[in-house]
Design a protein around this ligand. Structure first.
Ligand SMILES: Nc1nc2c(ncn2[C@@H]2O[C@H](COP(=O)(O)OP(=O)(O)OP(=O)(O)O)[C@@H](O)[C@H]2O)c(=O)[nH]1
Ligand SMILES: [Mg+2]
Length: 422
């Protein structure tokens, strides 16, 4: 009897939550009609799949049914539909979607309209390997309006909510203190360095360092997963990574670490050290200086987390420490007078302003951004996560990577077989 009652209560709760979400979405006003229709459709589908009779009756409202009758009808309908062997599966699926609300997280991709086909595969991979189960929303950002073609094509491979945002001009332009002639000369002088002559690449790096987390579309979230064009997810991610970050008190997660081109960040370290001297209060006690410097801070060893993949807390970038650091760097001008990347900027901040145990290496998330692979070399992890990558290509312990350094700096045990890559 107790079991029957509790099942009924659970079912009724699911119905109430689903209806609440559905009607909330139906009547809420939103900046994007496109998004709402899609989300409403999805919610409708959930209701339709599990309680079809209820949809038929309650959505056509004025049928004269009083509250008690309606409640009874709903109860009977739910019981009919979800009874039997599938009960637990139905509840599990629903609860998984419902509990998404507990972690405020999203995917974020900065892309151009021309990147459409290149981002499509990346997105589809994330949906297939992870998000079909959790349906976290996607946010696409662009310095120009997204085309209708981009919106429909990309939305077609996404199960949940999608939002498209334009970047405010002040987040993608020269601040007033920048000497634009000097910036133009730098682009000529650095023409032989990768992206050295590119103006847009510099705006991109500055935006990813100091502004993506200030975009109005990201305001409501605490966590993000950055996804870039031409990337792959090689393994199933069978747990809620955002919730895992939150529950385990992590702040910054990465898959690949690597050395930076020194010629792009000639004065970044000196500028950082000046900032740190002025603001010692921001430096964490058990920081990870020994990951980014081999001589206790005298010089930068160029190690950084490759920021094309990040699962991290937006609140870290919103913190006083990071805002002050970014402002300091921005005023120093190195985003334009050199070619400072968002990867070393994010990484240096994470290494200095966070205690080391707040940073996490997602060893089990197989990932590819040309030309490097993160593929779990532990055969058990590789098998369990159904990884479709060649373990022999894993970058973690290869020379140009900083994986070795990361493991040593944090006294972590390296996986069996790592020596083969050294
Ligand atoms: N909207 C917009 N997005 C850009 C622009 N330049 C780069 N991006 C995006 O910014 C991110 C980083 O740019 P990438 O070109 O991938 O830079 P990278 O990863 O250093 O280098 P490669 O991937 O090797 O080209 C990607 O998500 C790009 O789609 C731009 O001018 N406008
Ligand atoms: Mg890229």
């Amino acid at each position: 009897m107790a079991i029957i009652i509790s099942k009924r209560i659970v079912r009724l709760l699911i119905l109430i939550i689903a209806s609440f979400v559905f009607f909330g979405l139906l009547f809420s006003s939103s900046s994007s009609k496109f998004v709402d229709d899609k989300t409403v459709e999805n919610t409708k589908k959930i209701l339709n799949d599990y309680i079809p009779d209820f949809i038929g009756s309650s959505l056509s409202s004025d049928d004269g049914t009083n509250d008690n009758e309606a409640a009874e009808m709903i109860e009977e309908t739910i019981t009919e539909v979800v009874d039997g062997d599938n009960v637990q599966a139905v509840i599990d699926d629903d609860v998984q979607i419902a509990t998404n609300n507990k972690v405020k997280a999203c995917f974020v991709s900065l892309v151009r309209n021309d990147d459409m086909w290149n981002i499509l595969d990346s997105v589809r991979g994330v949906e297939d390997r992870f998000n079909k189960k959790y349906q976290y929303p996607w946010i696409f950002l662009n310095d120009q309006e997204f085309s209708e073609d981009f919106k429909t094509t990309v939305s077609n491979v996404i199960n949940g909510e999608v939002k498209f945002g334009v970047i405010p001009e002040e987040h993608w332009s020269y601040p007033e203190w920048i000497d634009q002639e000097k910036a133009a000369q730098t682009r000529i002088d650095m023409a032989k360095i990768i992206y050295g002559s590119s103006e847009s690449y510099r705006h991109m790096c500055r935006f990813e360092s100091g502004f993506f987390w200030r975009h109005p579309l990201l305001e409501e979230y605490d966590w993000y997963w950055r996804v870039e064009p031409d990337t792959k997810l090689y393994c199933d991610v069978d747990y809620d990574v955002f919730k895992w970050m939150q529950d385990n008190d992590k702040v910054y997660g990465f898959t690949i670490s690597i050395h930076e081109y020194e010629s792009t960040i000639k004065t970044l370290w000196a500028t950082t050290m000046k900032f740190v001297k002025e603001h010692p209060e921001y430096v964490a006690k058990d920081n990870m200086m020994n990951f980014i410097s081999d001589d206790k801070g005298k010089t930068y060893n160029l190690c950084h987390f490759w920021s094309n993949f990040e699962i991290a807390s937006l609140n870290f970038w919103r913190s006083d420490a990071y805002r002050a650091y970014f402002d300091y760097l921005d005023h120093a001008g190195g985003f334009f007078y050199e070619r400072w990347g968002d990867a070393p900027v994010h990484s240096i901040a994470a290494a200095l302003f966070l205690p080391r145990d707040k940073v996490h290496f997602f060893e089990g998330i197989g990932y590819y951004h040309p030309p490097y692979h993160n593929c779990p070399i532990d055969i058990n992890v590789w098998t369990e996560n159904k990884c479709g990558c060649d373990r022999g290509q894993d970058f973690t312990f290869q020379g140009y990577s900083c994986g070795n350094k990361y493991f040593e700096a944090n006294n972590m045990e390296k996986p069996e077989g790592w020596e083969a890559f050294d």
